[in-house]
Design a protein around this ligand. Structure first.
Ligand SMILES: NC(=O)c1ccc[n+]([C@@H]2O[C@H](COP(=O)([O-])OP(=O)(O)OC[C@H]3O[C@@H](n4cnc5c(N)ncnc54)[C@H](O)[C@@H]3O)[C@@H](O)[C@H]2O)c1
Length: 238
């Protein structure tokens, strides 16, 4: 498949680790210019790269980071929001505090909102935004209520932005468990069990590339649920 991303100006948040880092590498492989935004320093990557430290919950800091990347590239064609946190995974509802819920929503929802808000003046006509949702927007495991709520909000935010922003496509990817430092910290060796399927950060990067490229030109406001069909099973006893 041709992605036609060579020379495109791409900004990726959460680019220092996991899915964001895989996306940055994938865009660079396609010949794109890539701005890496993260609160942590990213590894050194080969190619036309600019790295800016910012916390997506700090609006002035994030706005300055977006401006710095966009000025360097003379605008933006693609924005990918990968910065995210899982929050208090495995903690029962009774022990989960309002501050813990607010912290998850601040990064996973408000951070994505602020990213698009400040990227919008720089986004070219025909530009694309891809946000990281999760299968947790559609299916749930116990002890993940704040995270599930935040990812459900990303799906709704995606649809709302797609409707509100003419000329810019906005979609999100919603993968099941991905082998990244976040998932390793939450799940540990469970990730190595053959009992359930795990995808790689590179798998997700390919989904992001498709939604960022003109190859997905008619797709807008959608959530790409990539979960090996786990959510598709009916209760029908067959
Ligand atoms: N790993 C999974 O199983 C999985 C599944 C579905 C969706 N996701 C989503 O994918 C995205 C990336 O997750 P990952 O698994 O690669 O995690 P990760 O922890 O490997 O990477 C997340 C990156 O986001 C950055 N980040 C976190 N909070 C930030 C903030 N406030 N400001 C700036 N940067 C910040 C971190 O520094 C890190 O570099 C997240 O939105 C996550 O919810 C992950």
């Amino acid at each position: 498949m041709r992605t036609d991303l060579a020379g495109r100006a791409v900004l990726v948040t959460g680019a220092a680790s996991g899915i964001g880092l895989a996306c940055a590498r994938a865009f660079l492989t396609e010949g794109a210019r890539v701005g890496l935004v993260d609160r942590e320093p990213p590894p050194v990557l080969e190619g036309d790269v600019v790295a800016v430290r910012a916390d997506v919950t700090d609006e002035p800091g994030l706005a300055a980071a977006v401006d710095a990347v966009a000025r360097q590239f003379g605008g933006l064609d693609v924005v990918v929001g990968c910065a995210g946190v899982s929050g208090p995974v495995g903690k029962p509802l009774a022990g989960t505090t309002a501050a813990e819920v607010a912290a998850v929503l601040a990064v996973n929802v408000t951070g994505q909102f602020l990213l698009v808000k400040h990227a919008l003046p720089w986004l070219a006509e025909g530009g694309a935004v891809v946000l990281l949702g999760s299968d947790s927007a559609f299916t749930a495991a116990p002890g993940m209520a704040p995270y599930c709520a935040s990812k459900g909000a990303v799906v709704a935010l995606t649809r709302a932005l797609a409707v509100e922003l003419p000329g810019v496509r906005v979609n999100c990817v919603c993968p099941s468990v991905v082998d990244t430092p976040m998932a390793r910290a939450d799940l540990g060796a469970v990730l190595d069990s053959p009992a359930f399927p795990v995808q790689s950060a590179d798998d997700v990067a390919r989904q992001v590339l498709f939604l960022a490229s003109p190859a997905s030109r008619p797709v807008n406001g959608q959530a790409l649920l990539a979960d090996f069909g786990m959510s598709g099973r009916s209760a029908f006893p067959a």
